[in-house]
Design a protein around this ligand. Structure first.
Ligand SMILES: Cc1ncc(C[n+]2csc(CCOP(=O)(O)OP(=O)(O)O)c2C)c(N)n1
Ligand SMILES: [Mg+2]
Length: 541
């Protein structure tokens, strides 16, 4: 047994867990971990804002299937990071936030940046606590990682007091098993009950929650649909049943007679299961890792919730797929109808153009990126929110998608693109966001330059916070517009000043070639597209 610092035990434990990199922003409290990471061979990606580190870890986790680790300093560094945990929580993404912390031996004395950090993060994590000493740092990080990955995945937080990091310890690195998720399998009898119930229905649907919409999860959803012939639809948008990526799906949902909620919460995104989003007599079956979700569904649905079965979504997916392969798939008519509704986009979009010269309609700004996304079997579409984000999600498809998710928070797309690039170093990463959104984390262009992380960003620049502008227009009228204007800033030039490739586009015809140049530059690239700010799409057949 060797004596080492708590920080060394932490770094070696992370290594044991298979962690290869940490997204971080430095600070006094965590410098021992920077030092220990050097010896342990763990890469540090040093970013420009703590929230960006969490967003990067989030995207990395969704695409790599590994836990995403963000590390920040205590007090204000921790506070900056917490906001981004909400997005990871709502997207069910396994992220561990490690935050430096005032030393335990100065607790309550008014230490530098002393703050009740674990309590501050509690509403946005599955668990949060502070290491008691150097001896417990290894078991703490194992618990934080396993906790983030188990059940309904989501963020956990561990605060690391400086004395716990600097004190000597003889404690050993936990066994590899201690870092692994604890599966919550679906009992074979329960799987049979669910499948039999769905097969008796005429228009059954399986709705999967965000945890199934990771890179690996999407493949598992497709395999289940193939095996059982029942439409399997992943839901991860804050627009819920009106997710622009799901086309005219809302019209099919309203016809379903039996819905399996597979790790999908019955929340605002599903209009709480009520008519007219659902038929008044639609039956629900729920599989979930959290018993609290069953109670929530029962409150909304009463007897229409005919079964509630405990399992994590990934285990349940596997059990249902194996079982379904043993039977014959449902006839394809309903499945085809649902697929065609999801694919549907109004034909008028094909000729959409801006009403003013020198600007592009959102469809003209988005669709030319499809060729780049189609050029690689593992390409990544990153989209933020706002009105432009909805157009991006309506117009573009890709094997991998990372969107802002049910949190509905804007600002994550640029750091997501970096996290995606790190997870998938060879696939094209395309990120779309509004001009307001780009401003949140634009300094991460510098991080992308320093770590040589090329991707293509397209900013739909309508010189305003259009989503809120549209609310003002609709709710209060054209005479009551206030405070939602921005400037037609040349974000391409800002990006170029960081060393990125930048181009301004104001003609639809010029965009395809600009995209090619941006991709070929092998740099972080920012296309600043002059956009006509129109309302988000509503797709109806
Ligand atoms: C963190 C956060 N702050 C504020 C909002 C409210 N909000 C949603 S969309 C939006 C406007 C976004 O503007 P922009 O990125 O330019 O996109 P646009 O709507 O103009 O296309 C705002 C302020 C939010 N969802 N999340
Ligand atoms: Mg805008």
């Amino acid at each position: 047994m060797t004596t080492s610092r708590g920080a060394d035990l932490l770094a070696r434990s992370l290594k044991q867990a298979g962690v290869r990199r940490i997204f971080t922003l430095s600070g006094n409290h965590i410098m021992p971990v920077f030092d220990a990471a050097l010896s342990a061979g763990i890469e540090l990606l040093h970013v420009r804002h703590e929230a960006a580190a969490v967003h990067m870890a989030d995207a990395y986790a969704r695409l790599s299937g590994e836990v995403g680790i963000a590390m920040v300093t205590g007090g204000p560094g921790h506070a900056n990071a917490v906001s981004a945990l909400y997005t990871a929580q709502m997207s069910e993404s396994p992220v561990v936030l490690l935050s430096g912390h005032a030393p335990n031996n100065q607790a309550g004395m008014g230490a530098f940046q002393e703050m009740r950090q674990a309590e501050m993060s509690l509403p946005v994590v599955k668990a949060a606590w502070t290491s008691a000493s150097a001896d417990s740092v290894g078991s703490d990080i194992a618990r934080a990682i396993a906790g983030a990955m188990s059940g309904r995945p989501g963020p956990t937080h561990l605060s690391l007091p400086t004395d716990a990091l600097e004190d000597a310890t003889n404690a050993g690195v936990p066994d590899a098993a201690a870092f692994k998720a604890h599966p919550l399998p679906l009992a074979a009898a329960d799987a049979s009950t669910v499948l039999a119930r769905l097969r008796r229905a005429v228009r059954p649907l399986i709705l999967a929650g965000p945890a199934c919409l990771t890179r690996a999860g999407r493949a598992r959803l497709a395999a289940l649909e193939e095996a059982c012939g029942i439409p399997v639809v992943g839901m991860e948008s804050p627009r819920g049943v009106n997710d622009p990526a799901l086309g005219a799906f809302a019209q099919m949902l309203a016809q379903a007679d039996c819905v399996l909620l597979l790790g999908k919460r019955l929340d605002f995104t599903l209009k709480f299961g009520q008519a007219p989003a659902f038929a008044a007599d639609c039956e629900f079956v729920q599989i979930d890792a959290d018993a609290a979700e069953f109670q929530r569904s029962r409150n909304a649905l009463g007897a229409r919730l005919s079964a509630s079965l405990t399992a994590d979504a990934v285990s349940a997916l596997a059990a249902l797929t194996v079982l379904a392969r043993g039977g014959s798939p449902a006839p394809g008519t309903w499945r085809n109808e649902v697929a065609s509704a999801i694919r549907y986009r109004p034909p008028a979009w094909d000729s959409a153009s801006a009403s003013a010269p020198g600007k592009l309609h959102p469809v003209q700004a988005c669709r030319p990126l499809q060729a780049l996304l189609d050029s690689h079997p593992d390409s990544v579409l990153v989209s933020d929110g706002g009105e432009f984000g909805q157009w991006a999600q309506a117009c573009l498809t890709a094997p991998n998608r990372v969107i802002n998710g049910p949190a509905g928070a804007i600002g994550s797309a640029l750091p997501f693109a970096l996290g995606a690039r790190v997870a998938l170093p060879d696939a094209p990463v395309v990120a779309l966001m509004g001009d307001g959104t780009f401003g949140f984390h634009l300094a991460e262009v510098d991080t992308a330059i320093r770590y040589r992380l090329p991707f293509v960003t397209l900013i739909g620049n309508d010189a305003r916070w259009n989503a809120e502008y549209q609310i003002q227009l609709k709710a209060y009228g054209p005479g009551r517009l206030v405070g939602c204007e921005l400037l037609p800033t040349r974000y391409d030039l800002l990006a170029a000043a960081f060393g990125a490739y930048g181009e301004h586009v104001s003609e639809a015809a010029a965009l395809p070639a600009a995209i090619q140049r941006a991709h070929a530059a092998s740099l972080p690239a920012v296309l600043n597209v002059a956009l006509e700010g129109v309302p988000a799409p509503v797709v109806k057949r």
